[in-house]
Write a protein that binds this ligand. Structure first.
Ligand SMILES: *Cc1c(COP(=O)(O)O)cnc(C)c1O
Length: 775
């Protein structure tokens, strides 16, 4: 036995008094993880030399850690051999719940960045919240989404170490709590560098004592404990109510303050009490505006504990912080009610006022009298994005088009003031999880042809390009795609009893459910194909399995209506014997990182159909690309850079572009399109004509109205589904038609893989380090 295998056996005995043959999956999981942790403890303890970057994020969507950590440590094969030799399926750990401390793209980006930084030896530390419950688990009941709490800790948390000695106190207007750090090792590929993700857990200051004799004291202690733990209980509490809003603001300050106190103490230990050089030691990146309250918090620490004056302290703050913008949707730009902010954070508010005053002076100097769109404090609200732009030295967008939109249409007034602060960092994903680990067959295919250097240097992928011309490589690629479809079909059968037809095209749209991502457009187009096949209008259709995966926010009823609608479309199509040998519609439940790792390698077609100008970047588009799917998408986000690099002729781009929408936005009339085009009318009418039913919820009629009548808060069809409908259907049928020439289609797929080099998060994080953090 290898030493690591011995260590696992030893752990099982030590921790559970059991052996390989009798251990439960949970015991195995914890023993293997602990044994792996032991192998990197020394490396982890190494102090960082020089400047450290800190990534503050409300979300880290890590997924399952065991496989990626074992791979990065070079221990995956040994572990699988040990499992095999004990007669255990090496897939056992697929039962382990994901770490889902995030919602979607923004949280997954944070996780990819951690992997990429550690792999490249960039000292990047993550800071966030250790939510007791992560993103809810999704079930369908009669086609409706149901939510269950995500009790991820039921599996244990072997990858974290509680650091009681490093806890800090966080004060609010009406309570104080401990922030207790749980540190996770972030193991770079090769195991030479281990960074840290520090997640804070909220706990009561008073130790809880069950022997409290007096009933009232006992009640108070219970109350205090509950109030404290509520702060890190759930990801994004419902903020429809004032109490919910209060809790969210508390969460933001909780992890911001705890992280800044911790970083501040580290600086003091390392460099003493001259804080003027703080920015030479630490760069802090704000992942969206959720941690923006860190800005006044650092100012507070520098001025109170560091005894600095406002101006020098502000200079330090500005040199330290940088801000990443993730959305330009007006409703998502965070604002806090002034009186709420004052009551929750009375110790921080004065620093916000100081920043506002400095801004006011600067605007006067620049002869700007229209200050309404600049003011951080305006009309009884605190504008977090404005504070972030004003108080940092860098504001970046996450794809070229997104950065241009920020500069020229979302925040042009700020760009005019500080053009040098704005820059682009196109997102990326880690090829280790999203290719090497989730598609080992394709990874071997690549390594056999260009060597294994791509695992840590993704620019080498371009060397694969000649193989797109090679018939036997194309053939092999097609075999691998088939194998991944078979594996997905087995998995989905086990999970949901779906019977996928694996000789079909797999056409997949997986991402959060949102109107702007236009899953409803996808469903309409499926209905159009369904009717077209039945009517004989569509001939020679290559059988296709359409797969969806998406969670809707629990309070987002329109998104839930779309889920119900897609499930009804699935029922209609799948039970219609006239078409169900040519079409299948499947809604995978509980889409998450681990599910993505199964779905994406099996895809032929990657659906990326957001309204132009709405998807800041997207990252699933990159995951699909590197697994050899073609993109069927709009000219939006990183789709643009993807097709520029892989060739438009190897992808399917359709629909209105940003400049087209700008021209028509005031005159757009979806009702005209609806009246003029029978195919549009037919699919839209399925919402109300009884073809499909919403079980009396009224949700379908509401969707119908959202397209043709609008609502108090938006114009009809404000995501232009009907405008893009026919071009989308055409592009989709074109892809379906092209697929018939298997060799030519395989060539397109291979050219996409060969062009995926720039879309690694290794490149992205290197750019942050070079251009923003100067590390
Ligand atoms: C990559 C990923 C996302 C982001 O997908 P987009 O299509 O870019 O929005 C969301 N959720 C999960 C689980 C992911 O892995």
């Amino acid at each position: 036995m290898q030493p690591f295998q011995e260590a696992i056996v030893h752990k099982l005995r030590e921790m559970y008094h059991t052996d390989m043959k009798s251990a439960t999956t949970k015991q195995l999981y914890n023993a293997v993880s602990q044994a792996a942790m032991d192998t990197c403890r020394d490396t982890w303890a190494q102090p960082v030399q020089g400047k450290t970057a800190c990534y503050l994020s409300a979300e880290f969507l890590l997924g399952r850690l065991i496989h990626s950590n074992l791979m990065n440590l070079g221990l995956l094969k040994e572990t699988e051999d040990l499992l095999n030799s004990a007669g255990i399926n090496p897939n056992v750990f697929e039962d382990v719940e994901d770490d889902a401390l995030g919602n979607g793209g923004l949280g997954r980006l944070a996780a990819c960045f951690l992997d990429s930084a550690a792999t490249q030896g960039i000292p990047l530390m993550g800071y966030g919240i250790r939510y007791r419950y992560g993103l809810f688990k999704q079930r369908f009941a009669y086609g409706y989404q149901e939510e269950d709490a995500d009790d991820w800790l039921a599996w244990g948390d072997p990858w974290s170490v509680r650091r009681e000695d490093q806890k800090v106190r966080v004060n609010f207007g009406d309570q104080s709590v401990w922030a207790v750090p749980y540190d996770m090792p972030i193991i770079g590929y090769g195991g030479k560098v281990v960074n840290t993700l520090r997640l804070w857990q909220a706990e009561a200051i008073q130790p809880f004592n069950f022997r409290l004799f007096n009933d009232q004291k006992y009640q108070e202690a219970v109350q205090q404990k509950n109030d404290a733990e509520a702060i890190s209980a759930v990801l994004y509490p419902n903020d429809d109510t004032d109490a919910g809003k209060r809790l969210r603001l508390k969460q933001q300050y909780f992890f911001s303050s705890a992280s800044l106190q911790s970083i501040f103490a580290d600086y003091t230990a390392k460099c003493g009490t001259d804080y003027s050089k703080f920015a030479e030691q630490y760069a802090i990146q704000l992942n969206d505006t959720h941690p923006t309250v860190s800005i006044p918090e650092l100012l507070r620490l520098l001025m109170t504990q560091g005894h600095m004056g406002f101006e020098p302290a502000f200079q330090v703050v500005q040199k330290t912080f940088a801000y990443t913008n993730h959305t330009i949707m007006a409703e998502a730009l965070e604002k806090w009610n002034l009186s709420l902010f004052q009551s929750v954070l009375p110790e921080v508010y004065p620093y916000v006022v100081m920043i506002q005053n400095r801004l006011s002076n600067e605007l006067v100097k620049k002869n700007i009298t229209e200050t309404g769109k600049y003011n951080i404090i305006q009309d009884g609200m605190i504008h977090m994005a404005r504070m972030a732009i004003y108080s940092t030295h860098s504001t970046n967008g996450v794809a070229k088009i997104h950065t241009e939109i920020i500069k020229h249409s979302a925040l042009p007034e700020w760009y005019a003031l500080y053009p040098e602060r704005f820059n682009n960092k196109t997102n990326g994903v880690t090829q280790r999880r999203w290719l090497a680990l989730c598609n080992r067959e394709l990874a071997d295919f690549i390594t056999e042809r260009i060597g294994s250097g791509w695992v840590t240097d993704f620019s080498q992928m371009s060397r694969l390009k000649p193989y797109a011309e090679d018939q036997s490589s194309r053939q092999r690629f097609l075999e691998i795609k088939q194998e991944k479809k078979n594996q997905l079909a087995d998995y989905m059968y086990r999970k949901d009893r779906f019977g996928l037809n694996t000789s079909n095209i797999f056409d997949i749209q997986v991402k959060r459910l949102h109107e702007y991502k236009r899953q409803l457009l996808n469903a309409f187009s499926i209905l159009d194909m369904y009717f077209g096949i039945k009517d004989g209008r569509i001939q020679g259709f290559h059988p296709t399995t359409f797969i969806f995966g998406a969670k809707a926010a629990p309070g987002y009823y329109r998104a839930k209506g779309i889920i119900k609608f897609i499930n009804e479309v699935a029922n209609l199509v799948n039970y219609d014997n006239a078409v169900n040998r040519r079409m299948q519609v499947i809604f995978a439940s509980n889409y998450n990182v681990s599910y993505a790792e199964k779905l994406i390698p099996a895809a032929d077609i990657s659906e990326q159909i957001s309204t132009a100008g709405t998807e800041a970047s997207g990252t699933s588009n990159m995951k699909f690309m590197m697994n050899g799917a073609v993109t069927l998408g709009t000219y939006d986000g990183a789709n643009i850079e993807i097709v520029q690099n892989a060739g438009e002729e190897n992808n399917y781009i359709f629909g209105a572009r940003v400049e087209d929408l700008d021209k028509i936005k005031d005159t757009y009339d979806p009702v005209k399109l609806y009246e003029k085009e029978p195919r549009i009318r037919r699919v839209v009418d399925t919402l109300i004509d009884g073809t499909l039913t919403d079980g009396g919820s009224g949700w379908f009629a509401e969707l119908y109205d959202s397209l043709l009548k609008g609502a108090s808060w938006h114009k009809p069809d404000n995501y232009y589904l009907l405008l893009d409908f026919l071009p989308y259907c055409d592009a989709r049928l074109q892809a379906n038609h092209d697929y018939a020439d298997r060799q030519a289609f395989a060539k397109k797929c291979l050219l996409n893989i060969a062009a995926a080099g720039p879309f690694t998060s290794d490149r992205t994080i290197r750019q942050y380090a070079d251009e923003i953090w100067h590390i």
